[in-house]
Design a protein around this ligand. Structure first.
Ligand SMILES: Cc1cc2nc3c(=O)[nH]c(=O)nc-3n(C[C@H](O)[C@H](O)[C@H](O)COP(=O)(O)OP(=O)(O)OC[C@H]3O[C@@H](n4cnc5c(N)ncnc54)[C@H](O)[C@@H]3O)c2cc1C
Ligand code: FES
Length: 255
């Protein structure tokens, strides 16, 4: 684990509500791991590492609340404080992979696409919500886009497209990050098709390092034992696609 205050070297506008920030950080990071990003005066929040180079790393931020909107105000040359990496990350040794990113979850799977060149799906509500497809297209052997409204690529959701691709080609394992409803149906489809899977989950996090207990699901700390869980662990997560905890520790239904 390392902690650094880095200068932002580059900012990429991915979509109307999403930006990638590239900054100097020489930490060793595996695809699927995340960092805790300090937003002065507001919060410290988990962000997947969306780009991994020797000297630089990046995070890709969707502005949805106070902390993420504050991050969007940062300019090239401003300082950003990060600690990490945290979490287990993806296991990329599982044979023929199909990698799925839904919405801003695409950020979490991008390093896995870059490092493996595996077939990939980027899914979003519409054309204007699709992110990082240029980068993924440079590395993936077969990149497909799915949009709910059909404004770009396949007309339908990620899981419908995944089933179509799995009919045409053999895959051993599906890696995915995205909204929990997408992860649920990805898991169900993998069971049906007899495929292994690794799904990256999101829960409220405070320490990110396994100490505070606020991200615990059925005895597993999402920040340390996850955020990536495989098909043997997912049936043990009884809160998966049912509920999550809010900042006060209350259980909130996901359906
Ligand atoms: C391991 C991990 C990795 C993550 N990686 C990323 C990443 O790479 N990029 C990224 O942008 N985020 C990522 N997140 C989510 C990010 O940490 C949260 O979105 C962030 O903490 C929100 O902080 P905030 O103060 O801006 O919003 P808050 O003030 O905490 O939330 C604002 C409101 O938005 C609602 N909300 C929460 N999630 C969503 C959503 N997805 N869409 C719409 N509304 C929502 C909340 O219910 C709340 O009402 C990750 C989370 C985890 C656990
Ligand atoms: S965030 Fe503290 S234990 Fe996971």
């Amino acid at each position: 684990m390392s902690e650094t205050t880095a200068r932002i070297e580059k900012i990429i506008d991915e979509a109307y509500d999403t930006k990638t920030f590239v900054f100097g950080w020489d930490a060793e990071i595996r695809p699927g791991q995340f960092a805790m990003v300090w937003v002065p005066g507001v919060d410290e929040i988990p962000m997947s590492v969306s780009g991994i180079n020797d000297r630089t790393k990046s995070i890709t931020v969707k502005a949805i609340g106070e902390a993420t909107r504050k991050l969007h105000e940062l300019k090239v040359g401003d300082a950003i404080r990060v600690r990490g990496p945290y979490g287990n990350g993806f296991d990329l040794s599982g044979g023929e992979l199909l990698i799925i990113g839904g919405g801003v979850g695409t950020a979490a799977v991008m390093p896995a696409i870059v490092q493996t060149g595996a077939d990939a799906i980027i899914a979003a509500r519409s054309d204007r919500d699709v992110i990082m497809d240029d980068l993924a297209g440079r590395y993936s052997k077969n990149l497909r886009i799915a949009t709910d409204d059909g404004s770009k690529g396949f007309h339908g959701n990620a899981v419908q497209l995944m089933k179509e691709m799995a009919r045409e080609k053999h895959y051993d394992c599906v890696l995915a990050c995205g909204p929990e409803v997408m992860l649920h149906f990805t898991y169900e489809a993998c069971k049906e098709l007899g495929l292994k899977c690794q799904l990256s989950m999101e829960r409220l996090m405070k320490c990110g390092a396994g100490a505070c207990g606020c991200c615990v699901m059925d005895g597993m700390r999402v920040c340390k034992d996850g955020p990536v869980f495989d098909e043997t662990q997912i049936p043990l997560l009884t809160e998966f696609w049912k509920s999550k905890r809010d900042a006060c520790g209350r259980s909130v239904s996901l359906r």
